[in-house]
Design a protein around this ligand. Structure first.
Ligand code: IPM
Ligand code: MG
Length: 399
């Protein structure tokens, strides 16, 4: 089915069910402006979903940090846990139980551990427990996924890159999270004359590109004023539309920001060879997923990267890493990504970047002395487990 569009149609945002409502509330991420001070939250209600594999143990560490930070900064915090994914299925519940969804709907923020369990390795995507995460993202229309890639100074030696390449890297990956290859129809399995097949579709409407592009440009305005848009316009129509839409948005509203286009395969390569050239990188759902794993490893470990998913409904905060079932329950997992995720939760959901910063600093301080096994490259520090690392962050925060 070939779809031909005129230029006008391509740029039309008519039909966007969300137009006009979007960007309010999370334009301010890094600076503490008067407006932000005004809307600071005094009370915060958090729905906690520990998730699968290492989820419960890192969640225990992260919740302790969340409580301590709220106490220190005099913010009234309440939180309640509920299961999802394999943890829910094991209790005879669906991957996203009603009760869990209700808890999330009623909360100011969702703190979410990793989902996924190897027992479902051969199951179709629609039956896998991690589907619960995609449903949460879609239900709350959390289209903007922010994944900062900023190595902690004490961890430079744990990066696979040489010090001079990685030092000074500070990237914000903005991943579109509710469209593209993950959600477009048609999808599924079929059979034709050539045999069985599986199919997924990458469709982007201009309004979807525009709203995520706007997030990227606005973020860049508060940072290094540069956006790299990663696409595959040399091979895919959906990505050609992506590029045209980014150009148009840039020319109408963001001429003060430098916009560069980069093919996503080349972007992976450049992230590894010259990460410092990047400020904000924006990409579609699938490409952003891949880029953020590359970016994460630059910081020394996938166990270090937090993320925030923002949009219309309850914002969701989760680490970039998976459930690491091979080390689950052994007190070996790195809780720092989820602890840093708690920092993002305070910054974005409670408009308290000061608390976010205090948590970042406490993590940096803990890393001066301690390492979990995944980041134990180098000398001069003690290798500890999940619990002890969590306690080290707590001590740094309270000290
Ligand atoms: C991520 C994860 C998820 C995704 C999986 C668990 C479905 O890889 O958050 O990066 O692909 O979005
Ligand atoms: Mg991923």
């Amino acid at each position: 089915m070939a779809i031909q569009r005129t230029k006008e149609e391509t740029y039309s945002t008519g039909g966007n069910p969300l137009s006009g409502n979007d960007f309010d509330g999370f334009g301010v991420w890094q600076s503490d402006t008067d407006r932000q001070a005004e809307i600071r939250m005094k009370k915060l209600k958090v729905a906690v979903i520990p998730g699968d594999g290492i989820g419960p143990e890192i969640t225990e560490a992260a919740v302790a940090v969340m409580q301590a930070a709220a106490k220190k900064f005099e913010l009234e915090l309440s939180h309640d846990s509920a299961p999802a994914a394999a943890a829910a299925v094991d209790q005879g519940l669906p991957p996203l139980p009603e009760h869990t969804l209700k808890l999330c709907t009623d909360a100011d923020a969702i703190l979410c551990g990793p989902f996924g369990d190897p027992r479902w390795d051969n199951a179709p995507p629609s039956e896998r427990p991690e589907r619960a995460k995609l449903i949460l993202r879609k239900t709350f229309d959390l289209y903007a996924n922010l994944r900062p890639v900023k190595p902690v100074a004490a961890l430079i030696e744990a990066s696979p890159l040489k010090r001079d390449l990685i030092e000074g890297t500070d990237i914000l990956i903005v991943r579109e999270l509710t469209g593209g290859l993950y959600f477009s129809e048609p999808r599924g399995y079929g059979e034709d004359d050539a045999g069985k097949y599986g199919v997924n579709t990458m469709r982007y409407h201009a309004w979807e590109v525009e709203r995520i592009g706007r997030i990227a440009f606005e973020a860049a305005r508060l940072r290094g004023k540069k956006v790299h848009s990663a696409d595959k316009a040399n091979a895919l129509e959906s990505m050609q539309l992506w590029r045209e839409t980014m150009n148009k948005l840039h020319d109408t509203d963001f001429e003060d920001i430098t916009l560069k286009h980069v093919f996503v395969d080349n972007c992976c390569m450049q992230l590894v060879s010259d990460p410092k050239q990047f400020d904000v990188v924006v990409a579609g759902n699938m490409f952003g997923d891949i880029l953020s794993d590359v970016g994460a490893q630059l910081t020394g470990s996938l166990g270090m990267l937090p993320s925030a998913s923002l949009g219309k409904g309850t914002p969701l905060f989760e680490p970039v890493h998976g459930s690491a079932p091979d080390i689950a329950g052994q007190d070996k997992a790195n809780p720092l990504a989820l602890i840093l995720t708690v920092g993002m939760l305070f910054t974005h959901a409670a408009k308290r970047p000061d608390i976010g910063e205090a948590i970042d600093n406490a993590v940096a301080k803990a890393l001066e002395k301690f390492r979990t096994p995944d980041i134990a490259r180098g000398n001069g520090f003690e290798v500890v487990g999940t619990k002890a690392m969590g306690e080290a962050v707590l001590a740094a925060l309270e000290g």
